[in-house]
Design a protein. Sequence first.
Length: 117
Amino acid sequence: MAISMKNVVVFVRDLATAKKFYAEQLGLPLAQESQMMMEFFPGEGASMGVAMAMHEAALPLVGRHTGITLRVDDIVALCRKLADEGVRFAEPLEASPWGKMAVVCDPDGNQIALVDR
């Protein structure tokens, strides 16, 4: 039996506001979208979904640490851009022996880690 990852989903309350953050500010490549969900990273195997929290079980999942980490080529430039655009950081950009990392918050408070390695 073969098992592979299809996607990971972040739940939000406002899809249009989330699209601005994920597609425009973070610059994630949008694969497809509907009225209820967007999917990012086309053709790269597993994708990342951003979906409306419409079910009562999904509502508590809005505004938390997602456990998602994105690798960024020029993390310093992206963090500067995000800060200039007023994006909230749960953890500012810091350097460590294993690389640079920051944690940003989407408009609903979902936290996404950014790393350079």
